[in-house]
Write a protein that binds this ligand. Structure first.
Ligand code: SAH
Length: 359
């Protein structure tokens, strides 16, 4: 057992088994040993790689998306360009570089980063120093004014509860301990989380069916919608997940680009779930107009990824051209990130259709 597993086991001994969501939150964001607290997990030398780290085109097209939506908003003189979970700041840097074709947009933007990791905050500070970003712990403290918010592979890292269908109804999966270490078990009775199981899944009576719910992700979607309704703006959410709520276990640990045991070495592997876009839509729909989810492949094609790649390739060496083309294929290829990844947009009721979501 590593140090964090020992701390978790001690806590279980004192206060009883914890929910999977609690375990996930502790493993990822424990103030000392949490996965995101203690390291930069991104890139080839890290544990996983994300779209902005694969190709600059990803952030550039999102920058162009932001400029277009800002113009649709009437080009406000001041707004918050918010990123949730900005990683190394790569997406934001690429977006702002592409957006510099519209200098008034860059001048109007207050760059606001919502980030838990001190290690990644330091990378963001370095990468984005020219834009004087500010950091916030949550959406609640984002300065007044309209918001354009971006979240790429952020929601998948927020804590998820798991429920298991038994003959007696839904029971919550918990993390307990025995003499060998941490292990999964089931709650004795129904827990309050059962009320959050998506309606399409709730009546699934197959024994062993698994439901996952992410109350924190639903709160983020609702808070974004509320903020947009109040101050104007839009949010673009990109993540892997499913368009319809469905039973199934997606919680996974990844270390060094390989699957890892979820309960082994907490804080040393990334933990994520697939995002339930239908649940996000339900959480946000009364306050915001929801577009999508569309697949990442369709979104990037509509945003002009082919043209952008072509123009980059024109000025490139043969080797660079090869890497640009393979990066783009990775982003949009249906057997790569093109189909599993989805894009969802929240914007104000009655606002124009943002680019990338045309029929
Ligand atoms: N968007 C980046 C990074 C994705 S990794 C990219 O695409 O490369 C997930 C990001 O969310 C990291 O920056 C991580 O530190 C941050 N994060 C995870 N949980 C968080 C939380 N609860 N609050 C704020 N940031 C969080």
């Amino acid at each position: 057992m590593n140090e964090l597993a020992r701390l978790i086991a001690r806590r279980i001994a004192m206060t009883g088994p914890m929910t999977v969501a609690d375990y996930m939150a502790t493993a990822l964001t424990h103030p000392e040993h949490g996965y995101y607290t203690s390291r930069d997990p991104l890139g080839r030398d890290g544990d996983f790689i994300t779209a902005p780290e694969i190709s600059q085109v990803f952030g550039e097209l999102i920058g162009i998306w932001c400029v277009t939506v800002w113009q649709q908003m009437g080009s406000p003189k001041h707004f918050n360009l918010v990123e949730l979970g900005p990683g190394r700041g790569t997406l934001m840097a690429d977006a702002l570089r592409a957006a510099s074709q519209a200098p008034a947009f860059v001048d109007a933007a207050e760059v606001v980063l919502i980030e838990t990791s001190p290690v990644l905050r330091a990378s963001q500070a370095e990468r984005l120093s020219a834009f004087d970003p500010v950091w916030c712990d949550s959406l609640d403290t984002v300065p007044d004014g309209p918001v354009l918010a971006i979240a790429n592979e952020f929601l998948d890292a927020l804590p998820a509860h798991q429920l298991v269908r038994t003959g007696a109804g839904w029971r919550e999966r918990l993390v307990g301990r025995d003499e060998n270490g941490l292990r999964f078990m089931l709650s004795a009775g129904e827990t309050p989380t059962a009320a959050l199981v998506a309606p399409e899944i709730r009546n699934d009576t197959r024994t062993g069916a698994i439901a996952e719910v992410q109350p924190m992700a639903l709160r983020v979607a609702a808070a974004l919608a509320e903020r947009i309704a109040q101050d104007g703006g839009a949010a673009l959410i990109v993540d892997y997940g499913h368009a319809e709520s469905a039973a199934g276990e997606t919680l996974q640990a990844v270390r060094d680009h390989e699957p890892h045991d979820v309960l082994d070495a907490p804080g040393e592997a990334d933990l994520t779930v697939h995002v339930d876009f239908a649940a996000l839509t339900r959480a946000a729909a009364d306050k915001a107009t929801i577009r999508g989810p569309v697949t990442q492949g369709a979104f990037l094609r509509r945003m002009g990824i082919a043209l952008r790649a072509e123009s980059l390739i024109k000025g490139a060496t043969a080797e660079q051209a090869e890497s640009i083309a393979s990066g783009v294929e990775r982003l949009i290829g249906p057997d790569q990130m093109g189909s599993l990844f989805k894009v969802l947009c929240l914007s104000g009721h009655g606002t124009p259709q943002p680019p990338g979501f045309e029929d």
